[in-house]
Ligand binder design. Sequence first.
Ligand code: KG4
Ligand code: ZN
Length: 358
Amino acid sequence: MMTMRLLAIETSCDETACAVVEQQDSVESIRVLSEGTATSEQMHERTGGVVPEVASREQLRSILPVVNEVLREVGGADRVDGIGVTVGPGLVGSLLVGVETAKALALAWNKPLFPVNHLVGHLYANWVIESEKHLKDNTVPRFPAIGLIVSGGHTDIVLMKSHQEVAYLGGTRDDAAGECFDKSARILLGVPYPGGAAIEVAAKNHPPLKMERETKLPRPMMQSGDLEMSFSGLKTALRHATRSEKKLTGSVKNQLAWELQEAIVDVLTAKMRLAIEQHSPLSVVIGGGVIANRRLREKMTQLCHELRVTLHIPPFVYCTDNAVMIGAASLLAVQAALVARSEAEIVRVTVHPGLALS
Ligand code: KG4
Ligand code: ZN
């Protein structure tokens, strides 16, 4: 049996993530052999958001130690057959560290380089096999699939007809869902980026039956009849709601966090309902940091159950940025496409119509 092993590198933001993944011949799924991550997240706490200059300098510092660590675990560079790397979208200084390292290694080792769009990468976390049982149950997604990408910078709905055909169906016109969580967390709870998880915790503390006053936030563009979305007005509405409160007590904050989470989840669920009804997919695949949110998982599970379509959500560890998903996308989606060595080719093979690279 032929096995293909890749070193995967993901450096689009403040994380330096590397992994070695493998695909056994004709098996539609990916196994993880080793993983390593360095992050500069804590360095950005003071500033309340990622400072690109700081993030890229930390990428430079971390990249070779993390590459060495994951390679050592599998027995060295001889054990890998190629390199997969995120080429965008992301912070350009951070991306460059990963891309240039990958190119240099590909050249030195004379091994192929697989360029991956970060957003498509998020969806491929759904092709990662966690256990033998998982593999036996044959739980990998089937095409056509509707994909929802909900990350810190992007909210997109796509139609995947095959590994090579990914068509953009709609998305946010302004802020991403994750961005709305992050900015709202800052307004409401005063927590730094990334604040999505803090909103979820506050929302969980909200006692639904003891509410004194129901604050209803808008569900922007929910009834627009298409797959377009908008989240920037929601954080403004939240800011107004916080100002109209006489006293922003802990329980009021929890209540507003709950309401914000409901508003975002309602819009995403309504748009996915429409996409599923329009395209009758065999699977729904969701990826990106925001799908770590339990309320969103719950609502998507209910929706897919009601519409009788199989839902795939990655394990928590592969929802936020990681290199395993990039390795999975390299092996399954890019392998059959051309293997790029030059920058021009990298850009050419990774453009998915409508999905941004920057
Ligand atoms: O995919 P990701 O790790 O990075 C990007 O590619 O942007 O996503 C990060 C985003 C942040 O906006 C973060 O607040 C959000 O995912 N996030 C969450 C949760 N965990 C992470 N949003 C809501 N609830 C969560 N539990
Ligand atoms: Zn991401």
